[in-house]
Design a protein around this ligand. Structure first.
Ligand code: PXL
Length: 281
């Protein structure tokens, strides 16, 4: 059985990070081990006064314990990391657990709509860029890419701009980069993949639904790494991640006013299984 380990926080309420990755990766027929980096009462977007229990010091202890059992993973998937020291511990984990054939997949979850999330200082993106440099694939949105590259965030752009950003992201060290939430017109939204080894691009778009729900980046990342682990094909991973994320947004439209609570992905697990069947020919 394929195994992914995901390293990110547990937000007790407001579906995101581990509470999205674990059910979705499991539903895709892949074991999902977890390293919780912190426990928060809620995520940090749209809630005031959340608690934050830092579990950074447990990361190296979990790593050392696992080394005694020679545990191996098909992929290491990192998401939201709540402090500088967590990034360093995660880099150590990747150094010890990346074997031949282990995919290192980094979602530098730090911001959206031109702003960093609450709690991150201006030095955080450069530190996250060091983890991204070790990755096979990174999946930033344009906000996160702009902060890591130290360039201005643009609301409107064209394909040549997106291609330029992707090339620059891979120059930082990652083999492949996917820019999420890309929209060249009002009608469509999707993601663009760049493979620096073959110097090729692949774009995939679906409907643009102009509503924003919390946790959609984590949904995209979980489906992408699950599909890539299962099918070994980045194009399939990109298509499945875009299509499933759009369907999650549609399923949550009746609950627009509680957009910080996350998406109703639980209601469309059967659609995820249909997507798997479609590609499993
Ligand atoms: O969805 C990304 C995310 C994950 N975890 C925490 C967050 C956020 C985004 O705000 O606050 C704790």
């Amino acid at each position: 059985m394929k195994k992914i380990v995901t390293i990110q926080d547990i937000s007790c309420f407001g579906k995101c990070s581990i509470t999205v990755a674990l059910p979705l990766i499991s539903a895709m027929g892949i074991e999902c081990a977890i390293i919780p980096t912190s426990v928060l009462s809620t995520h940090t977007g749209g809630f005031q006064g959340f608690t934050f229990r830092d579990l950074s010091e447990d990361i190296p202890k979990i790593k050392e314990h696992w080394k005694k059992y020679d545990l191996e993973f098909d992929a290491i998937y990192t998401g939201y990391l709540g402090s500088h020291s967590q990034i360093d511990y995660v880099i150590d984990f990747v150094n010890d657990f990346k074997k031949d054939g282990t995919l290192v997949f980094v979602d530098p979850a730090m911001g959206d709509k031109g702003k960093l999330y609450t709690g991150f200082d201006d030095t955080f993106p450069a530190h996250m860029a060091k983890l991204c440099a070790k990755a096979d694939i990174i999946v930033p949105n344009l906000t996160e890419a702009s902060f890591m590259l130290g360039i201005e965030y643009k609301e409107s752009y064209d394909e040549s701009y997106v291609h330029d950003v992707l090339r620059k992201l891979c120059k930082m060290g990652a083999k492949k980069a996917v820019l999420t939430g890309i929209s060249y017109d009002n009608a469509t939204q999707g993601a663009v993949l760049y493979d620096s080894e073959s110097d090729s691009f692949y774009s995939y778009f679906n409907e643009n639904i102009p509503v924003s729900f919390h946790g959609t980046g984590d949904t995209f990342a979980s489906i992408y790494i699950g599909a890539l682990t299962r099918f070994g094909d980045n194009r399939i991973a990109l298509e499945m991640a875009v299509d499933f994320t759009v369907e999650c947004i549609k399923a949550t439209l009746p609950e627009k006013e509680t957009h910080s609570y996350g998406t109703n992905f639980e209601e469309i697990i059967s659609y995820l299984l249909e997507l798997i069947k479609k590609y499993e020919k």
